[in-house]
Design a binder for this molecule. Structure first.
Ligand code: ARG
Length: 444
């Protein structure tokens, strides 16, 4: 049975093809669908389309469904097309005609849109929280290991001295910058599309400002066509933001896989965090970081799929948009688990000390020696030549404990306070409080 069913039903083949994986993903949208309906019903009661009694009945009914969802007691019954239909059927089953009144001035097009935006807001919040937890740990590790030197590479070749402090805080600062894209995605998710109906508004005098306030949105998509067109745009922006965070984690995981290699042995983890081999008894494999590397690569493919899904779709709703869920929803869950696992693993990371004391790494100090000569008054190009020729002749033996990096963001001056400040500023730019207060008010 469908909300829109006339005399003739769909052929089974068409039904299962068009519904696809929606019931699975719509379950995730269920609590947000209820919240959207609560705001819509309240608004309808202020413009004479529902009486106060009808609104009260709907609010209580919706609240009950919300708590059933929270307790895991909600399901989309077989044969029911989507979450929007399921909630409406439940209300009608329980309260009769008033359930059928709820959909006035609304289409599933703006209904699913508002559900999605509410879900994205909540999911972005979780990502920000997990990113912030990982960030704090990285800064702590950076401070703890600021004196532990390691090689820095360019072209995967030994380049200059680096340190674990520098490496850890590079990931931390990267994460703080990734939040900039996520802020753009939050901004798009934090605009109310409700009231755009099928994408062309309604002849009812809907109060869209009211539902914007009730749902704690920062603003609304004013133009109803633009509101509809924001489906896809929001996902594309979110996909790029997810991709940014994923790229930062990807690089970290790729580094760790190499650092764990026996030729390097720069870092290690307790045995219970590594995996073994079924045939080679000595193995301690970095499977967790390999999978973080792989999963974050999968996430970086999402913007491409999302962009292609939107290619050549004209103004207005298209069923194509439904498939965005299949890309974004699992991607959000995967990204969250990659953030969580990164934190989980890094809590136990062990660092090899005194790596650079080994003469094997002496060439890393070539620039240090050049710079010393420059400070003694030798022009840089001459100093460079002199050290180059010493290296060629095998006469190069620098002091491998002498380093004097003092400028901002260097080994000797990690600027961790400034990086922390940058993160705090990024986090403050998300107004989670407004959405929280509004949702609490709706549900209580
Ligand atoms: N499952 C649909 C989607 O995600 C819901 C909207 C259906 N609207 C429609 N006009 N068929 O897009």
């Amino acid at each position: 049975m469908k909300l829109w069913q006339k005399e003739v039903g769909n052929k089974k083949e068409v039904e299962s093809f068009t519904i696809g994986r929606d019931p699975e993903f719509d379950l995730i949208l269920a609590p947000f669908d209820v919240l959207g309906s609560m705001a819509h019903a309240q608004m309808l009661s202020t413009i004479g389309l529902l009486t106060k009694a009808e609104n009260d009945q709907l609010q209580n009914g919706l609240k009950a469904i919300y708590f059933e969802i929270e307790k895991g007691q909600f399901e989309i019954a077989p044969g029911v097309e989507d979450v929007h239909s399921q909630v409406e059927f439940l209300l009608t089953e329980r309260f009769g005609d008033v359930g059928k009144k709820l959909h006035s001035g609304r289409s599933r097009n703006d209904q699913v849109l508002v559900d999605l935006k509410l879900y994205y807001r909540a999911a972005i919040r979780e990502l920000v929280e997990e990113t912030s937890i990982l960030f704090d740990l990285l800064l702590k590790l950076s401070e703890k290991h600021k004196g532990d030197l390691m090689p820095g590479y360019t072209h995967t070749q030994l380049a200059m001295p680096s340190s674990f402090g520098l490496w850890f805080s590079s990931i931390a600062e990267g994460l703080s910058e990734d939040l900039g894209l996520l802020q753009a995605a939050f901004d798009l998710s934090n605009k109310n599309p409700l009231g755009s109906a099928a994408g062309y508004g309604s002849s009812f005098p809907l109060n869209r400002t009211m539902t914007t306030e009730l749902l704690g949105f920062a603003d609304l998509h004013h133009n109803v066509i633009n509101a509809q067109n924001s489906r896809g745009k929001t996902e594309r922006t979110l996909a790029f933001a997810m991709s940014g965070l994923a790229a930062t984690l990807n690089r970290m995981a790729a580094d760790i896989c190499v650092f764990m290699n026996q030729h390097f042995a720069f870092v290690s983890f307790p045995d219970e965090l590594t995996t073994g081999s079924s045939i080679m008894p000595h193995k301690k494999n970095p499977d967790v970081f390999e999978l973080i590397r792989a999963k974050t690569n999968q996430i970086q493919a999402i913007p491409n799929t999302v962009s292609l899904l939107l290619t050549n779709t004209t103004t207005g709703y298209h069923r194509d948009l439904q498939l965005l869920k299949e890309e974004i929803f699992p991607g959000l869950a995967t990204l969250k688990s990659c953030l969580e696992m990164s934190t989980f693993m890094l809590k136990s990371i062990k660092i090899k000390e005194n790596i650079l004391k080994d003469p094997f790494y002496k060439h890393l100090f070539s620039v240090e020696v050049v710079n010393e000569l420059v400070l003694q008054g030798i022009p840089f190009r001459d100093a460079y030549k002199q050290v180059g020729s010493d290296i060629e002749k095998g006469n190069f033996s620098p002091d491998q404990s002498k380093l004097n990096h003092t400028h901002e963001g260097s080994i000797g001056n990690l600027s961790l306070d400034a990086i922390e400040e940058k993160m705090n500023k990024a986090i403050k730019s998300f107004d989670f409080e407004k959405m929280d207060t509004a949702i609490k008010l709706l549900i209580n």
